[in-house]
Design a protein around this ligand. Structure first.
Ligand code: HEC
Length: 217
């Protein structure tokens, strides 16, 4: 009997304390409400367009850094500008409306694109595929990637540009997607450079000019 009585008393006491702290939901009070977690009510955060002395211009909202790519800025392709959200070969690697890959790079391939592609390739692909593309990158040497594709394999040399773009974008087999790391134009630059790399292995003395082969002899 005494136990039941004390349980009822303790329950009533807890209820009274809870009611005292929380009050009736939505009820009006004269005193400011009790804040159980003041740091949630008053967070150390900046609201947009608020004064903020820390920044040189005194504002909480800053302009985008120089070089930020606007979503609405089109990609310059060989057949004109294309927006990033368009269902176009430059964005997908596919011939629009089909599952076929495009044969050739939709971006104008010039020396600047190749140089840029080399730069990106050496950063994003060489760790696995090696600077030469033969699959002997550092990841194989230290044993974290066993079978890395040799990009000079006949099968890969014969692949369309679109399929290689697709492999970079979405990955293949044990190779993860590199797409999220590299913007569309850079992926096509890598494809262009990879073609140059493959060509450099396929060259024969027949490709030399008469003067060059004479110099060889
Ligand atoms: C983390 C390591 C790694 C990185 C980084 C990487 N690859 Fe790969 N890649 C692989 C492996 C491993 C394979 C073999 C995948 C398989 O057959 O399962 C492969 C396969 C490929 C293939 C052949 C796909 C096929 O159809 O068989 C191509 C082309 C390729 N990579 C291109 C690239 C390019 C271009 C880059 C840089 C943008 C890149 N890879 C970055 C590991 C990597």
């Amino acid at each position: 009997m005494r136990i039941i009585l004390s349980i009822i008393l303790i329950g009533a006491a807890i209820g009274a304390v809870a009611f005292g702290i929380l009050g009736l939901q939505g009820g009006l009070m004269r005193k400011p409400p009790f804040e159980l977690f003041p740091d949630m009510d008053r967070q150390a955060k900046l609201r947009p367009q608020e004064p903020f002395k820390f920044m040189p211009n005194g504002l909480s909202s800053q302009l985008s850094p120089a070089g930020t790519i606007a979503r609405s800025e089109p990609i310059q392709t060989a057949s004109g500008p294309v927006y990033r959200f368009e269902d176009s070969p430059v964005n997908t690697g596919h011939i629009t409306g089909t599952t076929n890959f495009v044969a050739a790079n939709p971006i104008v391939v010039d020396m600047a694109l190749l140089q840029h592609g080399r730069d990106r390739y050496d950063i994003y692909c060489a760790p696995c595929h090696g600077k030469l593309g033969d699959g002997n990158g550092i990841t194989k040497k230290i044993g974290v990637m066993a079978a890395v594709a040799n990009l000079h394999d006949k099968r890969i040399v014969e692949m369309t540009d679109g399929e290689i773009f697709n492999t970079i974008t979405h990955g293949k087999g044990v190779m993860g997607a590199v797409g999220p790391l590299i913007p569309v134009e850079d992926r096509w630059a890598v494809v262009a450079y990879l073609r140059a790399l493959q060509l450099s292995w396929l060259g024969t003395t027949n490709d030399l000019t008469a003067a060059q082969s004479a110099a060889l002899k």
